[in-house]
Every structure is written in C-alpha cells, then in structure tokens.
Design a binder for this molecule. Sequence first.
Ligand code: HEC
Ligand code: HEC
Ligand code: HEC
Ligand code: HEC
Ligand code: HEC
Ligand code: HEC
Ligand code: HEC
Ligand code: HEC
Ligand code: HEC
Ligand code: HEC
Ligand code: HEC
Ligand code: HEC
Length: 270
Amino acid sequence: MRKLGMSMVLFGLVWLGTLINGIGAQGSAGDTPASSPPILTDADCVKCHPPQVEQVDKKGGKHAKVGCIKCHEGHAPLFPREKMIPQCSRCHQGKSHFTLENCLQCHTNPHTPLEITFEGGEYKKACLSCHLGPGEQMASMPSAHAEQACNFCHTRHGYIPNCLDCHDPHLEGQTFEDCVSCHQAHKPTEITYGADVPNRLCAACHEEIRETLESGDTKHAQLACVFCHRSVHGVRPKCETCHGVPHPADMLEGFSGCLECHEDPHNLIK
Ligand code: HEC
Ligand code: HEC
Ligand code: HEC
Ligand code: HEC
Ligand code: HEC
Ligand code: HEC
Ligand code: HEC
Ligand code: HEC
Ligand code: HEC
Ligand code: HEC
Ligand code: HEC
Ligand code: HEC
C-alpha cells in the first residue's frame, strides 16, 4: 500500500512538472503554442490536496471566490516556495489592519480566513486598528484594566467575559448586568449610572443609609438614591436644586443651612 502511494506521488510530480509550466502561461493563453503542456487548473488540486479543497469549500469565505491558483501561482518542483506561497500583502493593502505583523498568528489558516484565534500573543494595537472606542475609553480614564492586553479578557474574537469570572460581587447575588449598570468595562473606576439603578445596589456599600431612608415617614423615603444622587457616584445634591428657596428669607436668617432644621436628607425632620 505504502509503496503504491509513494509511486503515485512520484508519478504525480513528474506529471506536475509538465502541467505546471502551464500555470504561469495561463494569463497569455492565446499565445500558448499548441504543443505546450496542458494547464493545471483549480479542478486538479483536489486530486492531491483534498483537505485544503474541503476547507476552502466549507469555510473559505471570500477566499473561496479567489481560487487556488490566484494565490498559488506556481507549483513545486518547477517553482520555489516563494512563488508557491503568497504574501497576504499581495492583495491586502491600504488599511492600518494590513500593516500588522504575522497575519497567520490570528488567521491561522488562509483557507478558512475567518477562523481567528488570539492564542498566539497579547494584542492591543492590533485590536485598536478596528475598535477605536475601547482605546479612547481606556486613555480617558486609566485603570488596572487599561494595563491589560485586550485578549486578557476577550480570549476569542467577539467573546464578552463576565466580570464575575475575575471579581467577587459587592454583594451576594449580583449579576453581570448589575456590574455594568455602574461600571464600564474599559474604564471601570469611573462610576456612572442611569436613573433605573435600584437602591439595593447602592446598599451593597451604604446599607445603613438605605435602612434610614426607607424606614422614614417623609416623602423622601419614596425616592430612589439615584433620583437625588444623579448619574455620577459621590455627588452631594443641594436641597435648593429641587426645592428652590421654600421659606421666607427672614426664617432662614441665622441658620447655616437647611439641615440645621431638617437634620438628615435621608431622615428628614419635618
Ligand atoms: C498530482 C498531485 C498534485 C496536484 C494535482 C497538485 N499538487 Fe500541490 N503538491 C503536491 C505535492 C506532492 C506537494 C509537495 C511538494 C514538495 O514539498 O516538494 C505539493 C505541494 C503544494 C504546495 C506547497 C506546500 C508547502 O508547504 O510547501 C502548495 C501550495 C500546493 N501544492 C498547491 C497546489 C495547488 C493550488 C494545486 C492545484 C492548482 C495543486 N497543488 C495540485 C502534489 C500535487
Ligand atoms: C487567499 C489565498 C489562498 C487561496 C485562495 C488558497 N490558498 Fe492554499 N495557501 C495559502 C497560503 C498563504 C498558504 C501557506 C500557509 C502557511 O504558511 O501556513 C497556503 C498553503 C497551502 C498548502 C500547503 C499545506 C497547508 O495547508 O498549509 C496547500 C496544499 C494549499 N495551500 C492548497 C490550496 C488549494 C488546493 C486551494 C484551493 C482550493 C488553495 N490552497 C487556496 C493561500 C491560499
Ligand atoms: C490573491 C489575492 C489574495 C491573497 C494573497 C490573500 N487574500 Fe485575503 N482576500 C482576498 C479577496 C479578494 C478577499 C475578498 C475581498 C476583501 O475582503 O478584500 C479576501 C478576504 C479576506 C478575508 C475576509 C474573508 C471573508 O470571508 O470575509 C480575510 C480574513 C483575509 N482575506 C485574510 C487573508 C490573509 C490572512 C492572507 C494571507 C495569508 C490573505 N488574505 C491573502 C484576496 C487575497
Ligand atoms: C490580532 C489578530 C489579527 C492579526 C494579527 C491580523 N488580523 Fe486580520 N482580522 C482579525 C480580526 C479579529 C478580524 C475581524 C473578523 C470579523 O470581521 O469577524 C480580521 C479581519 C480581517 C480581514 C477582513 C476585514 C477587512 O478589514 O478587510 C482581512 C482582509 C484581514 N483581517 C487580513 C489580515 C492581514 C492581511 C493581516 C496581516 C497583515 C491580518 N489580518 C492580521 C484579526 C487579526
Ligand atoms: C479587522 C477588524 C477587526 C479587528 C482587527 C478586531 N476586530 Fe473585533 N470586531 C470586528 C467586527 C467587524 C466585529 C463585529 C461587529 C458586530 O458584530 O457588531 C467585531 C466584534 C468584536 C467584539 C464583539 C462586539 C459586540 O458588540 O458583541 C469584541 C468583544 C471584539 N470584536 C474584540 C476584539 C478584540 C479584543 C480584538 C483584538 C484581539 C479585535 N476585536 C480585533 C472587527 C475587528
Ligand atoms: C479576565 C479578568 C477580568 C475581568 C473579566 C474583569 N476584570 Fe476587573 N480587574 C481585573 C484585574 C486583574 C484587575 C487589577 C487587579 C485587581 O484589582 O484585582 C481589575 C481591576 C478592576 C477594578 C479596579 C480598577 C483600578 O484601576 O483600581 C475594577 C473597578 C474592576 N476591575 C471592575 C470590573 C468590572 C465591573 C468588570 C466587568 C465589566 C471587570 N472588572 C471584568 C480582571 C478582570
Ligand atoms: C478587564 C477585561 C477587559 C479588557 C482588558 C478589555 N475588555 Fe473589552 N469588554 C469587556 C467587557 C466585560 C465588555 C462588555 C461590556 C458591557 O457589556 O457593558 C467589553 C466590551 C467590548 C466590546 C463591545 C462593546 C464596545 O465597547 O464596543 C469591544 C469591541 C471590546 N470590548 C473591545 C476591547 C478592546 C479592543 C480592548 C483592548 C483595547 C478591550 N476590549 C479590553 C472586558 C474587557
Ligand atoms: C451601584 C453601583 C455599583 C455596582 C452595581 C457595582 N459596583 Fe463595583 N464599585 C462601585 C463603587 C462606587 C466602587 C468604588 C468603591 C470605593 O471607592 O471603594 C466600586 C468598586 C469596585 C471594584 C474595585 C474595588 C474593589 O472592591 O476591589 C471592583 C473590582 C468592582 N467594583 C467590581 C464590581 C463588580 C464585579 C460588580 C458586579 C457584581 C460591581 N462592581 C457592581 C459601584 C458599583
Ligand atoms: C462598592 C461600594 C459602593 C457602592 C456600591 C456605592 N458606593 Fe457610594 N461610596 C462608597 C465609598 C467607599 C464612598 C466614600 C469614598 C468616596 O467618596 O468615594 C462613597 C461615597 C458616596 C457619597 C458621598 C460622597 C462625598 O461627598 O462624601 C455618596 C453621595 C454616595 N457614595 C452615593 C452612592 C450611591 C447613590 C450609590 C448607588 C448608586 C453608591 N454610592 C454606591 C462606596 C460605594
Ligand atoms: C433631587 C431632588 C431633591 C433634593 C436634592 C432634595 N429633595 Fe426634598 N423632596 C424632593 C421631592 C420630590 C419631595 C416630595 C415632594 C412632593 O411630593 O410634593 C421632597 C420633599 C421634601 C420635604 C417634605 C417632606 C414631606 O414628607 O412632606 C422636605 C421637608 C424636604 N424635601 C427637604 C429637603 C431638604 C432639606 C433637602 C436637602 C437636604 C432636600 N429636600 C433635597 C426632592 C428633593
Ligand atoms: C431626597 C434626596 C436624597 C435621597 C433619596 C438620597 N440621598 Fe443621599 N444625600 C442627599 C443629600 C442632599 C446629601 C448631602 C447632605 C449634606 O450635604 O450633608 C446626601 C448625602 C449622602 C451621602 C454622604 C453623606 C453621608 O451621609 O454619609 C451618602 C453616602 C448618600 N447620601 C447615600 C445615599 C444612598 C445610598 C441613598 C439611597 C439609599 C441616598 N443617599 C438617598 C440626598 C438624598
Ligand atoms: C429654621 C428651620 C428651617 C430651616 C433652616 C429650613 N426649613 Fe424647611 N421647613 C421647616 C419647617 C418647620 C417646615 C414645616 C413647615 C410646614 O409644614 O408648614 C419646613 C418645610 C419644608 C418643606 C416642605 C414644604 C411643604 O410645602 O411641604 C421643604 C421642601 C423645606 N422645608 C425645604 C427646606 C430647604 C430646601 C431649606 C434650605 C434652603 C430649608 N427647608 C430650611 C424648617 C426649616
């Protein structure tokens, strides 16, 4: 069996030696003398390279339309390897993505070009060639996340990691959706949030205040933390922002502020 296989390859190579003269001549088929060897076409490749043909058929993407010979312009033994194996830059130029090094580290197989792995290295510059946003976010607010490679978290292309894979929650039972209602993944130290964040999420760290507030009997007890402490963590609102000046000036005279009488915004004295 083995012997037969070997002689078939040998036969094949001799056959190729004659066939392949034709690859280069394809473009000028009109000038080919009638006596020249037949031209090797894409239909021949499957005879000896079925795996590559199958890969291109099944997952070749846009490379399937390119065709084998457009990339492999020559064949051993008549042509050297440089002629057999194309540089990506022959066809891909003019975008910053195409100035990266070592294309095949991510696009591991040119016959299945959209099968991409990030296992070959640590990437940041390469990702920013397409995703400007995360880079800008990281630069605007440096954090421990910004010091990591992008694929420290995005281990595969398109994969979104869960914060809880790497961090404990502030409070048992918090979910990924909770985390990103206050933290942005690419600038996690800037805490901002929307108007729908429930008190329980603040209470993870301010439990006493929540108890005080919610057990009160004034109208403030009905308000959400984030109704008063809007958007950015740590802001202290002014009473006047919502109430204007509700008392006559002479009543306020001699008092340092509203809380001297009302005492605690979370538990008003009425
Ligand atoms: C008759 C069998 C046969 C046919 C048909 C054939 N090849 Fe090959 N091919 C081989 C063999 C054998 C080798 C190994 C040659 C060597 O390493 O010197 C090879 C090597 C190659 C290589 C280089 C592999 C490497 O890593 O150096 C490429 C690329 C290639 N073939 C592409 C093609 C394409 C494209 C076609 C169709 C146009 C084709 N071959 C048709 C037998 C064939
Ligand atoms: C878009 C360009 C492109 C197309 C289209 C293409 N190839 Fe390739 N092929 C390459 C490159 C680049 C390599 C070298 C890969 C490497 O260095 O790992 C390669 C390698 C090969 C090899 C060597 C073994 C291997 O898998 O690395 C064979 C055989 C081969 N191609 C056959 C084919 C056949 C048959 C077709 C058509 C069905 C085809 N190629 C289509 C670019 C292409
Ligand atoms: C002979 C020309 C040629 C060569 C060489 C070539 N490509 Fe392509 N490639 C194309 C064409 C044409 C397209 C489709 C149009 C486009 O996206 O620019 C394409 C598309 C792609 C795509 C997108 C595929 C899809 O289905 O959306 C990737 C990824 C890619 N090429 C990677 C590579 C890599 C990596 C190399 C080198 C190993 C390479 N190409 C070499 C011609 C080539
Ligand atoms: C860090 C990994 C990585 C490296 C290195 C890399 N690519 Fe890509 N490439 C990607 C990812 C991710 C995509 C997006 C795929 C998608 O759209 O799903 C992509 C898409 C592409 C596309 C299709 C989209 C487009 O912009 O045309 C082409 C063509 C391409 N790459 C060619 C190359 C070439 C050529 C090189 C080397 C100069 C290269 N790539 C290096 C990861 C990489
Ligand atoms: C050639 C351009 C290109 C490169 C390079 C690239 N991407 Fe992408 N990326 C895309 C495209 C296109 C999408 C699909 C966008 C979509 O589905 O909305 C995408 C999607 C993503 C998504 C999912 C987005 C979502 O909304 O779910 C993540 C995460 C991602 N890329 C991370 C990375 C990382 C990390 C790198 C570097 C290791 C990288 N990308 C390199 C083009 C690229
Ligand atoms: C793959 C692991 C990983 C994932 C996923 C991850 N982080 Fe981190 N995070 C780290 C590491 C490592 C640090 C730095 C060391 C530390 O503080 O534990 C860090 C630090 C932080 C810090 C402190 C930053 C600083 O500069 O002090 C915050 C806040 C944070 N992460 C929140 C999050 C949130 C929210 C998510 C989800 C959106 C998340 N992390 C997802 C690994 C991760
Ligand atoms: C510490 C982990 C971590 C690091 C490092 C990280 N990301 Fe992300 N990234 C995430 C998480 C978590 C999400 C989902 C955030 C959400 O849903 O609110 C995300 C979302 C994305 C998205 C989709 C949404 C968007 O913002 O466009 C892209 C694209 C992306 N990241 C690219 C990158 C790139 C590029 C880098 C490197 C510059 C990077 N990421 C670094 C954790 C990380
Ligand atoms: C209601 C808003 C809010 C939510 C929801 C939230 N965080 Fe935080 N997180 C904060 C604030 C505020 C700080 C800063 C506390 C400080 O300055 O000590 C912080 C700090 C952190 C830190 C850095 C300090 C530390 O404790 O190590 C990490 C990591 C972190 N959060 C992860 C998470 C994760 C994971 C989730 C989801 C399970 C989450 N956060 C949900 C507001 C929130
Ligand atoms: C992870 C713990 C954590 C969470 C969750 C958290 N905080 Fe805080 N908060 C702190 C810490 C620690 C401080 C004190 C240090 C500082 O000023 O950043 C603080 C301070 C504050 C301050 C006072 C700032 C000042 O001027 O002294 C306000 C107001 C506040 N938080 C409101 C909230 C609200 C509203 C939420 C829910 C949206 C919330 N916090 C969620 C940890 C947290
Ligand atoms: C973000 C807006 C906001 C801020 C800031 C705010 N309040 Fe209020 N307050 C309200 C709303 C809304 C009500 C209920 C009004 C109604 O239903 O008529 C209210 C009600 C009150 C009442 C009447 C309570 C009752 O049960 O009848 C007092 C007294 C009061 N606020 C005092 C204060 C003081 C003092 C401060 C500053 C420490 C303050 N408020 C800050 C929005 C705010
Ligand atoms: C009606 C508006 C209002 C609501 C609702 C409210 N706060 Fe406040 N909070 C204030 C005001 C006004 C101050 C500033 C008081 C001052 O200047 O001394 C304040 C101060 C704080 C402070 C810093 C001072 C301190 O007492 O430690 C924290 C922390 C805080 N609030 C957390 C919360 C949390 C958590 C909730 C929800 C459980 C909440 N607040 C609900 C208006 C409110
Ligand atoms: C000298 C003590 C004192 C000071 C200082 C004071 N208040 Fe009052 N406030 C009261 C009393 C007493 C009432 C109850 C009056 C009533 O029910 O008619 C009241 C009622 C209110 C009410 C409820 C009005 C209504 O119509 O239900 C609001 C809102 C209010 N104060 C806000 C403020 C704000 C804002 C400040 C600071 C600019 C402030 N107060 C300063 C004593 C004070």
